[in-house]
Design a protein around this ligand. Structure first.
Ligand code: PLP
Length: 464
């Protein structure tokens, strides 16, 4: 087998990277001093860097490599498709087999009357599509004033202007003139951080009812849609209390507000079902998909649209689309990924083997002095680091200081576990084996111990 390897020393690669490559969501000045870690190969759940370290990737890349790394089938399909038809557009009354087959397959997998797919190159692009589509839908129905989309603080819906505006990341809104008009943010159902003395159930209900309050304040005739992740991912794997989603569904139904489920992380097995909407039992009108759709092997995203919305949109020309909407190579790769998920019963592995074991092991971390809560849904989990479990206190240091120290310990121990503020999060490939879960937990424990020792030494264990 021919292999692609780096023949340049790590420092040379790092110097070139620092000289020419602007990294996303990164302080590039700081990274240039430190040097980026150069990843050279990957197989299963394991990354290899240019120094030969074997790193357990408990984030599946960026929540996307659901079937794991190193599946030759996807490479073969991509090569075959590139030879046969590397590109053609779907704008001018033309189509091709990979886009047709993929749309049909997605319609088959998606619940209810979600039978129509509008393709994009990414999750961000798909949410841009959604924003325009729901506004256009209401305009076509004779209600053009229904243009406001309600979203949530600390949501992540992407990084383009529209999707970044839909998201509720204040750090993103501080730069570049976001959010754009007619997007309204309500609070998130983050009981650990914001629940105070209320019970999780009462808190979940109260946060859902903020949607109703917002609709009444803004005016029913002004609100087009509500968008949310079934389980918030980039916000820190925030699992809503059980009371939350039924109330949201009730409110959307009552006021005829379209429900957009952003399934970019939750979709394709992450929560144990094909879609997170099935796990939390909601009936969205539109789903955003990307990431696990192709297990990250090829950039592709899209919107799965209900028959009702699609039939209204179909009455005229929708002046929207991307050069790479339904790209044949990306579509063929996604199809092969879905074939593997289905034929190898990856969801069965998640439901019966991996998720129950990961839950047990993940929750065992609760006995660590730093860990205040451990949450997990299917194969996405988080722990809250705290100086005081009883009061759910935050650290006196700036939010994220402790999380960053913990993440650096993980990285040093060959474990990719991310931090969001002072929450640590995981989202491993769905195909992870039990002994790899053991390794993940062992490395997480070592890293937590080292982090704890550091905090003690540096006097960082004070509560805010
Ligand atoms: C990653 C993500 C997006 C954006 O997807 P990109 O492919 O990075 O544009 C949107 N929504 C959610 C929930 C995500 O996690």
């Amino acid at each position: 087998m021919s292999t692609i390897t780096n023949h340049m020393p790590t420092e040379e690669l790092q110097a070139l990277d620092a000289a020419h490559h602007m990294h996303p969501f990164t302080c590039n000045g700081e990274l240039a001093q430190k040097g980026a870690r150069v990843i050279t190969r990957a197989d299963g759940v394991t990354l290899t860097d240019s120094e030969g370290n074997q790193i357990l990737d408990a984030m599946a890349g960026l929540w996307c490599v659901n079937i794991g790394y190193g599946r030759d089938e996807l490479a073969d399909v991509a090569a075959r498709q590139m030879r046969e038809l590397p590109y053609y557009n779907t704008f001018f009354q033309t189509t091709h087999r990979p886009a047709i087959e993929l749309a049909q397959k997605i319609a088959e997998l998606a619940p209810g009357d979600l039978n129509n797919v509008f393709f994009a190159g990414s999750g961000s692009e798909a949410n841009d599509t959604n924003l325009r589509m729901v506004r256009h839908y209401w305009a076509l129905k004779g209600k053009p004033s229904k243009s406001i989309i309600i979203s949530r603080k600390n949501a992540y819906h992407g990084s383009t202007v529209a999707s970044g505006s839909l998201g509720g990341m204040s750090a993103m809104h501080e730069q570049g003139g976001m959010p754009i008009p007619d997007i309204h943010h309500i609070n998130q159902p983050n009981w650990w951080a914001e629940g105070g003395d209320t019970s999780p159930e009462a808190f979940g209900l109260a946060k859902a009812q903020e949607l109703e309050k917002a609709i009444l304040e803004l005016g029913e005739d002004r609100v087009a849609a509500f968008i949310a992740e079934p389980v918030q991912g980039a916000g820190g794997v925030i699992v809503p209390p059980d009371s939350y989603w039924p109330e949201i569904q009730r409110i959307c139904d009552k006021y005829e507000i379209l429900l957009i489920a952003d399934e970019v992380i939750c979709g394709f097995g992450r929560t144990g079902e094909w879609f997170g909407s099935q796990t939390v039992n909601i009936r969205p009108d539109i789903m955003t998909i990307a990431k696990g759709l192709s297990s990250g092997y090829s950039p592709i995203g899209g919107s799965i649209v209900s028959d009702e919305v699609a039939s209204v949109i179909a009455t005229g020309e929708f002046n929207h689309g991307y050069t790479y909407s339904g790209h044949p190579v990306a579509a063929a790769v996604a199809l092969e990924n879905l074939r593997i998920l289905e034929e190898e019963d990856v969801l069965g592995h998640v439901q019966n083997v991996a998720a129950p074991y990961l839950k047990e092991q993940w929750e065992s971390l609760l006995d660590h002095p730093l860990v205040g809560e451990a949450k997990i849904v299917g194969m996405m989990g988080s722990i809250a680091l705290t100086p005081n479990k009883e009061t759910r206190a935050a650290f006196a240091a700036d939010a994220g200081t402790v999380g960053y120290i913990c993440r650096e310990r993980c990285f040093a121990n060959n474990l990719v576990m991310r931090h969001v503020g002072d929450r640590m999060i995981i989202s491993p490939p769905l195909v992870i084996k039990l002994e790899e879960i053991d390794l993940l937990i062992a490395r997480a424990r070592t890293s937590l111990d080292e982090c704890y020792a550091r905090l003690k030494e540096d006097g960082l264990l004070q509560s805010a």
